[in-house]
Design a protein around this ligand. Structure first.
Ligand code: SF4
Length: 370
C-alpha cells in the first residue's frame, strides 16, 4: 500500500513503483527529449517533464507511463451504462478507471478523476492477473477501460489485460474520446479490443475550441478504422447548449455517421448536467429535454436508424425498435433491460438488426456473420 503522492517521491522511488512502466509508443528525439506517440497530441517532452495529460514522464530520456494498472475506480456495470445498446445487451463489464485525460473539457462529467494529475495521487496497483481473477468471481462478460480517458492512463495495461481476458472467453471494450494515434489503435485491435464507445464531442472548429486544439477529424478517422477492422462501435454525443446543440452541428454529425460510416452505427445523444468548470464558462445547468428531442428528430431526418437519448429516462427513446415494422425488440428503462430477440433479426418482419448478442447458452450471435 502506497500512501505518498507520486509527485512527492524522488525519481528513484517513482521508478520502483509497479505503476511506473516504460511507455509502449514513443521516440527518442535526441538531447534527452522524447515524443509520445500514444495520442494525436504527440507531445514533445523534455527531460523531467510530463506530457499534456501528465500520465507520461520523460525520465533520463526514456518515456514512462505513471498509471500502469493504477485503479481510481472499479465497478461491474451494465453494458448499457457505457453506453452499448447493440453489444451484449443485458450483460455486464468489469469497468475500471484511473487518472487524467488528454482533453480538458470544462463540462467533464467525470472530472473527479479525469482532471486529476497522477502526480497528485498515491498509486493503487492491480496486477493484470488479479483483474482477471476478480472477473472470474463475479457475473461479468467483458473488460471495460473507461471513466477517465483510458488511452492515456491504461494503454499499456490494457495491452496486457486484454489478451488474458480473451483467453478466458471475455470481451474487451474501451470508452474513449477516440484521439489515439493509428499506431496505438492498431496495437489495441491486435491485443483483442472488441468494442469501443467513442465520444463525438462536436463539429470541426468547435471541437478544437473546447478540447485545447484536438481535431475531431482524427476521431472520425479512428472510428472508420475501427469499423473496417470489425470493432463494434457506438457513438456518443453529450449535447450541451451553446456548444454543440445547433441544428448545423447536429446535422453535420448525423451526416458524417450516415455517409462516412453507415446507418447501422448507433448514436447516443445524452443529456448534460453542470459539472466541473461549466459555470465558469457560462454553460447552463443542464440540457432541456426538448433540445434532446429535437436532436433525435434531426438524426432521424438524416436517415440514422439507431438513435437513442441518454439521461432522459424515457423508454420510448431508450428502447430498441425495429426500423422496418416498429415492433419492440429490446425494452429499456434505465438499467432494466428485457431482450426480446435471440437472433439479429426482427422476429416480426425479418429485418436484419446490427447487434451482437450473448445468448443464455453462451453462444455469441454476431449480425456481421449472418
Ligand atoms: S498520451 Fe499524454 S503525453 Fe502522450 S501525446 Fe497524448 S497527451 Fe501527450
Amino acid at each position: 500500500m502506497w500512501k505518498k503522492k507520486r509527485g512527492n517521491l524522488p525519481i528513484s522511488k517513482l521508478l520502483e513503483l509497479p505503476t511506473t512502466r516504460e511507455a509502449r509508443l514513443w521516440s527518442d528525439l535526441g538531447g534527452n527529449r522524447v515524443q509520445c506517440l500514444t495520442c494525436e497530441r504527440r507531445c514533445i517532452i523534455p527531460e523531467g517533464k510530463t506530457g499534456f495529460c501528465e500520465t507520461r514522464m520523460n525520465i533520463d530520456g526514456v518515456l514512462y507511463v505513471l498509471t500502469y494498472g493504477d485503479i481510481s475506480s472499479i465497478s461491474n456495470n451494465p453494458m448499457e451504462k457505457k453506453p452499448f445498446f447493440h453489444f451484449l445487451p443485458g450483460k455486464y463489464a468489469l469497468t475500471i478507471g484511473s487518472w487524467s485525460c488528454n482533453f480538458k473539457c470544462p463540462w467533464c462529467q467525470n472530472w473527479e478523476i479525469s482532471m486529476f494529475s497522477p502526480l497528485d495521487t498515491a498509486p493503487n496497483y492491480m496486477a493484470p492477473q488479479r483483474f482477471i481473477s476478480i472477473m472470474k468471481r463475479i457475473n461479468t462478460h467483458a473488460t471495460s477501460f473507461s471513466f477517465n480517458e483510458p488511452l492515456v492512463s491504461f494503454f499499456e495495461y490494457s495491452l496486457d489485460v486484454m489478451p488474458l481476458a480473451k483467453k478466458q472467453g471475455y470481451f474487451n471494450t474501451y470508452v474513449t474520446n477516440g484521439y489515439m494515434t493509428e499506431e496505438a489503435l492498431d496495437l489495441l485491435i491486435k491485443h483483442g479490443l472488441d468494442a469501443a464507445c467513442v465520444n463525438i464531442k462536436a463539429c470541426p472548429g468547435t471541437h478544437e475550441k473546447w478540447t485545447n486544439g484536438a481535431k475531431v477529424e482524427y476521431v472520425w478517422r479512428n472510428v472508420k478504422i475501427m469499423l473496417e477492422k470489425k470493432i463494434h462501435v457506438e457513438l456518443v454525443t453529450l449535447v450541451i447548449p451553446g456548444v454543440n446543440d445547433s441544428e448545423k452541428c447536429l446535422r453535420y454529425i448525423a451526416r458524417q455517421i450516415k455517409d462516412d460510416l453507415g446507418d447501422f452505427v448507433p448514436w447516443h445523444l445524452t443529456r448534460y448536467f453542470e459539472a466541473y468548470r461549466a459555470r465558469e464558462y457560462g454553460l447552463p445547468p443542464n440540457t432541456p429535454i426538448e433540445t434532446l428531442r429535437k436532436a433525435y428528430k434531426i438524426a432521424k431526418e438524416e436517415g440514422l436508424k439507431w438513435v437513442y437519448l441518454g439521461n432522459v429516462w424515457d423508454p420510448q427513446y431508450e428502447s430498441t425498435f425495429c426500423p422496418n415494422c416498429g415492433k419492440l425488440l429490446i425494452a429499456r428503462y434505465i438499467y432494466d433491460i428485457i431482450v426480446h430477440i435471440d437472433e439479429p433479426r426482427c422476429p416480426h418482419c425479418g429485418e436484419l438488426i446490427p447487434i451482437i448478442l450473448l445468448r443464455s447458452d453462451g453462444k455469441v450471435i454476431d449480425w456481421r456473420s449472418t
